[in-house]
Design a binder for this molecule. Structure first.
Ligand code: ADP
Length: 497
């Protein structure tokens, strides 16, 4: 049916898809913008085609051009990855119209879940609990205020076409509503070309728990367990894990059943995720992501299934060769998203050239990266440099392994979020599994360098000055844990070249 896949994406996910193709014996065609010419996804693919200038609107988002490139490169299928065109039903439909295979669900399933209001209606019909709130767009701030009074403050204004946490505003009282409505609507218009918003009850301290699904073309759907994604900043995930800590078996199973119901309601095929908010033993449908997710590796590690290979195999017409009862889970997996952002300065995006990269290895460690030594990190794309994922027998062992692996990760030349992840791995509530989406509001100290790190920076400055003065190196300098510096590593420190 197809033997070549065009990967319509960049960075770590494009590398991930190229690798899956290779293991399945399929050829891959990478695409790249002018600034990505020497990126790992380009170097690892069988072929690569330039698609234009850096801005994604002139390269990775040009659906028609990508379809043309696929045809002329002899690719019979397009894998969209996540982001960019991955959830554009019209792109999936155009791919099919061009006689190619879109590796993902049908455009109809994507449409049904792409509009948050339509999805809420569909889920309510299918008997899946939804977050209390309206089932239609708010015509204006007055109408939103009426709904808000019925629900009771605080409420959340949400973009109907939303995604990536954009077009959302929490509103705690009636006075704050009109300006928040205006702001959410404006942001939604700018991000999605559709400024409509609706009102949901704002849950103060829920957890974000989601269920991974896999469906085939015959209608079989299995659920592959949950992921805990509560550690977020501005509604964007930073750390994910599976299984979710301290979750009752009955709640986990009920969410699994609801997720399968949700997928069946839209004739879902391929990999997809149903997201829930979970609070006080109740769970509510948040949305369905009709694509592969950034955090898919934690599910892969606990189930032993390759989700990207399964996406491709389903697209090739293969049926799932296992059923729900065959799915088993082992151990605990955690993922840290490593971004080019400075956690000590409000996650300010950082740019620069990666002049040294060392990735961790050893038992239970996986690095899904999109960078190499020499990569230029510019302002054009998502700041995700790579994902560090660990797997171990228990949650405690996985945290210890993640600390070890973060310590081995060396990214020199651009600020990264590594020090933030180390702080979370050390934090007590995280260790106990006490997680909610307000975790960072409750732990603002994690957004500041710890006392140990500040001391270490001072030591580093002294050491560089000492070396610069030509008086030779000091014999031993202690790291924050009292061990010699050579045994304590973090990618943020300048001497690690
Ligand atoms: P997007 O599609 O923009 O990613 P989601 O609906 O998936 O938006 O929500 C993203 C995050 O926003 C959730 O993980 C959660 O942290 C927060 N959120 C969304 N809806 C609510 C709500 N009703 N109450 C509290 N938090 C919410």
């Amino acid at each position: 049916m197809f033997d070549t896949v065009l990967v319509a994406n960049r960075g770590e996910i494009a590398v991930r898809i190229v690798r899956a193709c290779r293991e399945l014996g399929l050829a891959s065609v990478a695409v790249y913008s002018d600034v990505d010419r020497l990126s790992p996804h380009v170097l690892e693919a069988d072929r690569a085609v330039g698609i234009g200038p850096a801005p994604s609107s002139e390269s990775y988002l040009r659906g028609d051009h990508l379809i043309e490139v696929a045809r002329s490169a002899g690719a019979g299928a397009i894998h969209p990855g996540y982001g960019f065109l991955a959830e554009q039903a019209s792109f999936a439909a155009d791919v099919e119209k061009a006689g190619l295979v879109f590796i993902g669900p049908s455009p109809e399933s994507m449409r049904a879940m792409g509009d948050k209001i339509a999805a809420r209606l569909r889920m309510a019909e299918a008997g899946v609990p939804i977050i209390p709130g309206s089932l239609e767009r708010a015509a204006g701030p007055e109408e939103a205020a009426r709904t808000a009074h019925e629900l009771g403050f605080p409420i959340l204004l949400k973009a109907v076409a939303g995604g990536g946490g954009k077009g959302m505003r929490v509103v705690s009282d009636a006075d704050a509503l009109p300006p928040a409505f205006e702001a959410a609507s404006r942001e939604a218009e700018a991000s999605f070309g559709d400024g409509s918003v609706y009102v949901e009850k704002y849950l103060a301290r829920p957890r974000h728990i989601e269920i991974q699904l896999l469906g085939d073309q015959s209608g079989a759907v299995v659920q592959l367990g949950e992921r805990e994604c509560s550690i977020q900043r501005r509604h964007q995930k930073l750390i994910e894990e599976s299984p979710a800590p301290l979750l009752e078996r009955a709640d986990r199973d009920a969410m699994g059943v609801a997720a399968v119901q949700a997928a069946r309601a839209v004739d879902y095929r391929g990999a997809g995720t149903v997201e829930f908010l979970y609070e006080d033993g109740e769970f509510y449908f948040l949305e369905m992501n009709t694509r592969l997710q950034v955090e898919h590796p934690v599910t892969e590690l606990v189930t032993g299934l390759d989700l990207v290979q399964w996406q491709i195999r389903v697209a090739l017409g293969e049926s799932l060769d296992f059923c729900q009862e065959d799915v088993s889970f082992s151990g605990h997996a955690i993922e840290c998203r490593i971004t080019s952002e400075d956690p000590d300065r409000g996650f300010l995006p950082a740019t620069g050239r990666i002049d040294h990269l060392e990735v961790p290895s050893g038992p239970g460690v996986r690095w899904d990266g999109g960078i190499r030594t020499g990569s230029e990190i510019g302002p054009h794309y998502d700041p995700l440099l790579g994902k560090l994922i660990v797997h171990a027998g228990s949650r405690t062992a996985a945290i210890a392994r993640m600390k070890r692996a973060l310590g081995e990760l060396v990214i020199h030349g651009v600020e990264t979020s590594v020090s933030f992840h180390l702080r979370v791995m050390e934090e007590e509530d995280f260790g106990r599994g006490h997680l909610t989406i307000a975790y960072l509001d409750d732990h603002p100290e994690l957004l500041q360098p710890s006392a140990g790190e500040t001391r270490l920076l001072a030591v580093a400055a002294a050491m560089l000055e000492h070396e610069g003065s030509g008086r030779g190196s000091p014999t031993r300098i202690d790291g924050p844990d009292g061990r010699g510096l050579s045994t304590w590593r973090s990618s943020v420190w300048p001497w690690q070249t």
